[in-house]
Design a protein around this ligand. Structure first.
Ligand SMILES: CC(=O)N[C@@H]1[C@@H](OP(=O)(O)OP(=O)(O)OC[C@H]2O[C@@H](n3ccc(=O)[nH]c3=O)[C@H](O)[C@@H]2O)O[C@H](CO)[C@@H](O)[C@@H]1O
Length: 382
């Protein structure tokens, strides 16, 4: 390991697909700045889906802890992260660590930094649902990280206010927009320049030509059990419409598969497929009429593409989309999912009101703002 002499070392860390999507623009912006020795450490809390994003972003991690194990419990995984990431810190000796969001990687990496008095910058800080069990365990993961971090990059004013209400010093909070929009705009530009980059969708688009596409994802832990069954029933009912096709890239989780496969597998106008590469998923959202999801990141992305989002969750820590009129929080009530989707499909005025391409989550400049704030705090010149 060689140190880029004289430059402060920043270690960027993440472990899951959504974190990688939201952090690769930050890594790029730090490198572009030129004043930092930039290193990347992945815990690989999710292996395959993470690797796909790393390949797309052209990032080769400097440290790969490869921690994923089958059926990992939250406590065993937490213990492995704090121990192994701590050892990596002792080798890497960064001047600052950047973490993202609300995973176990986020919280346990922050804790390992705290034990060594290494300052932590928290990207996507200040999201709160107000309920420590929904989403679980993410709400507490991000709260603990917020207590340790000395730089908080809040994607929106609402997130900054949540931090201020928890007595986080205002001068440590920067409202930057969400880096997911930086990633999305980069991905969309790449596909528009070169549509052959998203080949997986061609066959599906041909199969469903003339139909309106609903893009669906559902895999949140809070929805396991009855929530998943209720979502499946709604999709079965919607699939009876012959003007529709449903494309559902399904998370490889038994709690999802065991419900969705029997319900949807044999329906003609439903494609239950493997998770898509990021570029393909962006192309799918772009090609769809409405997005139905319980995902966090997708609630942020779809409005930038002008797609109404039906959020199949009881609470959201992303209320900005609902307030801006681009997302509807419908929960997992079967009838509510069916009725709201049908209303949008059948009522062009309601649809147009939601589809106004307006994102409350930023304009694609979040990473640049984050790097400027770090450079200012560390007194680093380009
Ligand atoms: C409580 C909560 O909301 N927590 C969130 C949740 O993240 P999420 O719900 O956003 O996660 P997903 O839905 O898995 O990912 C979404 C991303 O993946 C892309 N995508 C999707 C389908 C596909 O087939 N191919 C893809 O490429 C898509 O465009 C988007 O960018 O957990 C994270 C920690 O795990 C948290 O940090 C985050 O707050």
């Amino acid at each position: 390991m060689t140190r880029d002499r004289g430059k402060p070392r920043i270690l960027v860390t993440f472990g899951t697909r959504p974190e990688a999507i939201k952090m690769f623009p930050v890594v790029e912006a730090l490198r572009k700045h030129g004043g930092f020795d930039v290193r990347v450490a992945v815990t690989a809390q999710h292996r395959e889906m993470l690797d796909q994003v790393l390949a797309f972003a052209g990032i080769r991690p400097d440290v790969d802890l490869d921690l994923m194990q089958k059926g990992q419990s939250l406590d065993a995984l937490s213990a492995r992260i704090v121990t192994c990431f701590g050892e990596a810190l002792d080798r890497e000796k960064p001047d600052r660590v950047l973490v993202h969001g609300d995973t176990l990687t986020t919280m346990m990496a922050s804790l390992a930094c705290y034990f060594r008095r290494i300052p932590v910058g928290h990207v996507e800080a200040g999201l709160r649902s107000g309920d420590i069990y929904a989403p679980w365990p993410e709400e507490v993961n991000r709260m603990v990280t917020g207590v340790i971090a000395d730089l908080h990059f809040a994607p929106t004013r609402t997130a900054a206010e949540a931090l201020i209400a928890e007595n986080v010093p205002e001068d440590s909070i920067h409202v930057t927009g969400n880096t997911v929009i930086d990633a999305l705009l980069a991905a969309r530009a790449r596909i528009r320049d070169n549509p052959s980059l998203a080949p997986g969708l061609h066959a599906l688009r041909e199969r469903f030509a003339g139909r309106k596409i609903l893009a669906v994802t559902a895999h949140r832990r809070e929805n396991f059990g009855e929530g998943m069954h209720a979502i499946a029933r709604a999709l079965v009912e919607l699939a009876k419409r012959d003007d529709l096709a449903i494309i559902y890239p399904m998370h490889p989780n038994p709690n999802v598969e065991s419900v969705m496969r029997p319900a949807l597998e044999n329906l003609d106008n439903v494609a239950l497929i493997d998770p898509l590469d990021y570029l393909e998923f962006v192309a799918l959202m772009d090609a769809s009429e409405i997005v139905l999801t319980d995902s966090g990141g997708i609630q942020e992305e779809a409005p930038s593409l002008g797609k109404p989002v039906i959020v199949m969750r009881e609470t959201t820590e992303r209320p900005e989309g609902v307030a801006a009129g681009t997302a509807l929080l419908v929960g997992t009530d079967t009838n509510a999912i069916i009725n709201e989707t049908a209303r949008l499909l059948d009522n062009p005025v309601d649809y147009a009101a939601m589809a106004r391409a307006h994102s409350p989550y930023g304009d694609g400049t979040a990473s640049k703002a984050i790097v400027e704030a770090i450079a200012e705090r560390m007194g680093t010149r380009a």
